[in-house]
Design a protein around this ligand. Structure first.
Ligand SMILES: N[C@@H](CCC(=O)N[C@@H](CS)C(=O)NCC(=O)O)C(=O)O
Length: 247
């Protein structure tokens, strides 16, 4: 009944897997291979014209965009609710969702591509590089800017500043509660993949001085849904061993 077309290391996919596991909803986990460009195939583009993962198939009908999918799942499967019932509190949760999409989710792409994914473009001929860029439905200009050498130092610094702003804002919100909105909601799960990726890229020192944030992060990692989402092969350091910290 539910099939998630996704990729183990994709942060957007992880948001949805966290939600499915937390709510205890069974689903078929189908991997799209980025290297083989499964997500840009004509067949997949019919389901998701943006050519990105994840896409949820619910009884064969596609639902696209990770935050939309999270809210959809919470509406269609109301057991274990992850959204406040009161409209004002729900608006506050959605504000977090929008902020997370606009700021940290966009920001983490820069260090992720600079440190990890750009390596696949380094040895391409100019012709193949242009072909690879043109194939991107949603982010042609992003790939153009990245080129074969990655984003500039200024872009990297700006992204790190935005990530720092995110964890600082979270630390403030968590001063008087366990989760971002009080009870555990979609907002908490929405930001987890960015934080997990930060740690995987060696950026955890950014939150060294933020005790409320650190408490939230420890509690999140204790959840069975977190452990189910991050199986072996879901982190960039699982796939690119040079990213592993020396023992
Ligand atoms: N707004 C979309 C963005 C999805 C997105 O950017 N997915 C990335 C992986 S996290 C992707 O498929 N990238 C493929 C590519 O860059 O070619 C969502 O939240 O679902």
């Amino acid at each position: 009944m539910l099939e998630l077309l996704n990729n183990p290391i994709s942060t957007c996919s992880q948001k949805v897997r966290l939600t499915l596991h937390e709510k205890g909803i069974p689903f078929t986990d189908t991997t799209l291979n980025f290297r083989k460009k499964d997500h840009l195939s004509p067949e997949y583009l019919k389901l998701n014209p943006d050519g990105v993962v994840p896409t949820l198939l619910h009884d064969g009908r596609p639902v696209c965009d990770s935050s939309v999918i999270m809210e959809y799942l919470d509406e269609v499967f109301p057991a274990t609710p992850l959204s406040p019932t009161n409209p004002y509190d729900r608006a506050k949760m959605r504000k977090w969702l929008r902020f997370i999409e606009e700021v940290p989710t966009a920001a983490i792409r820069i260090p992720s591509f600079n440190k990890v994914f750009v390596r696949h473009r380094r040895d391409l001929s100019q012709e193949d590089l242009d072909k690879d860029t043109k194939a991107r439905t949603l982010r042609k200009t992003f790939y153009e800017e990245m080129g074969r050498d990655g984003f500039s130092d200024a872009r990297e610094a700006e992204s790190l500043e935005r990530l720092r702003e995110t964890v600082t804002r979270m630390d403030g919100a968590l001063a008087d509660k366990d989760w971002l909105c009080g009870p555990l909601t979609l907002a908490d799960f929405c930001v987890v993949p960015t934080i997990d990726r930060m740690r995987d890229l060696g950026l955890a020192p950014i939150w060294d001085d933020l005790p409320n944030f650190a408490r939230w992060w420890t509690a999140m990692q204790d959840r069975p849904a977190y452990r189910a989402t991050y199986y072996e092969g879901t982190r960039v350091s699982d796939i690119y061993p040079d990213l592993k910290e020396p023992a």
